[in-house]
Each structure stands twice: as C-alpha cells, then as structure tokens.
Design a protein around this ligand. Structure first.
Ligand code: F6R
Length: 246
C-alpha cells in the first residue's frame, strides 16, 4: 500500500521525511536503516544531524546499510558514496561507525564484492526502514530499467541518463563512473517499511509512471506498488502530475 505526503518544497519534504525517520529511531533505538545517497536525502541528513546534536536523537544503537556504491572508486575518493555518507551524516551523528555498511567499490571482482555485501545484509537482519530516491528513468538504488527485476546485490552498468544525472557531482561527464554495485530489488522489497523522497518538476513524469503505470522492470520503482508499506513524500513540483490522483 502506498501513502503519499504532498509537501510545499524541498525543505518541507526533508523535515517531514526526517520526522518519520526520527520516529523510527525513537520507537526502536536499535533499528536497521537502509540509506541512500544523492541530492534527495541531503536535507533529511542535515535535519537528523541537528536533532542528534540537540540531544533529541540517539544513533548509538542504530545500524545503517547503504543501497549502492560506484565500482572502481576507492573509499577515500571524494566521489565515493562512502565519503558522501561519512561527510553528510555519519561524522555528524553519534553512530558507531562499525555499524555502518556500504558496498565496497574498491573490490575489483564483482562476485566477491556482491557476496561480501550479501553476507553483511544477512548479518544485520531485516531493514526496518529503507530510504529511497527516484532516478529519472525509474531506477531505485542503481537498479536500472531491465527485462527482469533483480534479486540480490549485483553489479550494474549505469545508463546514459544516470551517468548524466550524476555528472553534477563531477567536473565533467567523462569522469563519472559507469559501473556500480547495488542492492537488488529483492533486497529493497524485503524492508519492513519504505520511505521515498522525490522533489523537482524533472521527476513529475517518472513519479506518475512509477506509481500509476504498469508494474514492470522497465520502470524499477514500479515494483513498490507491490510492497505493503511505502510512503512517498514529494514536493508540489514532483507531485504535479499525480496531484489529482492522490
Ligand atoms: C543513490 C541512489 C539513487 C538515487 C537516485 C536519485 O544512493 O540509490 O537511486 O536515489 O539516482 O538521485 P537524486 O536524489 O540525486 O535525484
């Protein structure tokens, strides 16, 4: 079942999503959180860090597992998702760093990297709340449009649209990695609850396709229509094409 929360703008969306994550942490202090990178969750991470600093949130027993990482990128690289998470969240909250997990993009051998991450996912147990952004082509994590829904952690070749969207974080498009390790659709769908945040007019068409179109691996996010507990928080621009349907 999908619940929609329409918000005014990016900061309203971020605060409301942070409220849901905060409630999860307060009610279950040893929660396992599934986390995402990209622009969409940045405002949420800032809110969570502020609340932690004020003493309103305690991350000391929280475990975090991230969705994905570029392949062939060292952890110390300024472009790694490892660095992104440490800079934007982990270094700003009282989390035990040993309880934060991100696929290791520096492992060359894809089977080895994916098996290692699957072992980690199994050991941390069920994800209580999985945070997601939405790609312009409907990807979630780095699960790109495909003929079938993926299962576990695997290696993906990124599509041109995804490489282009990531170019804003690099000096030029040529520098953007074209391969990634990502949790699969089965991993994402195994979470107890899913929280997606989406903002901006450039996402309005894919929001409609994902949630009001067919469920198809060609639009990976459409699989969320089959999950029992999904909340999509969007700003007015992202929800402009579904405003009359929710
Ligand atoms: C990143 C991830 C991606 C992003 C998506 C949207 O960890 O899993 O699926 O959520 O590409 O990115 P933004 O939020 O930058 O528009």
């Amino acid at each position: 079942m999908i619940k929609y929360v329409l918000t005014k703008d990016y900061s309203d969306m971020s605060r409301k999503a942070a409220n849901i994550l905060s409630a999860q942490i307060l009610l279950k202090p040893d929660s396992v959180l599934g986390l995402a990178t990209g622009s969409s969750p940045l405002g949420i991470y800032t809110c969570l860090a502020e609340r932690c600093k004020k003493g309103d949130l305690d991350f000391s027993r929280i475990t975090c597992v991230n969705l994905d990482e570029f392949r062939g990128v060292a952890r110390e690289s300024e472009h790694s998702y490892y660095r992104f998470m440490h800079y934007n969240l982990f270094s700003r909250i009282n989390i035990d760093i040993n309880r934060t997990f991100i696929p290791d993009g520096s492992i060359e051998n894809a089977d080895e990297a994916c098996e290692e991450y699957e072992r980690i996912l199994t050991s941390v147990g069920e994800v209580d709340l999985q945070l997601l952004g939405l790609g312009h082509n409907g990807h979630i994590g780095f699960n790109e449009p495909a003929a079938v829904f993926s299962k576990g952690t695997h290696y993906e070749e990124l599509t041109e649209s995804t490489v282009r969207a990531n170019a804003r974080f690099f000096t030029s498009e040529k520098e953007v990695p074209t391969q990634a390790y990502t949790m699969g659709i089965r991993n994402i769908m195994s979470a107890k609850r899913i929280l997606m945040v989406v903002s901006g007019a450039d996402k309005s068409a894919i929001v409609k396709r994902a949630f009001f179109g067919d469920t198809t691996p060609n639009v990976p996010a459409s699989v969320l229509q089959l999950h029992r507990d999904v909340t999509v928080i969007g700003d007015a621009s992202a929800f402009s094409e579904i405003a009359d349907l929710i």
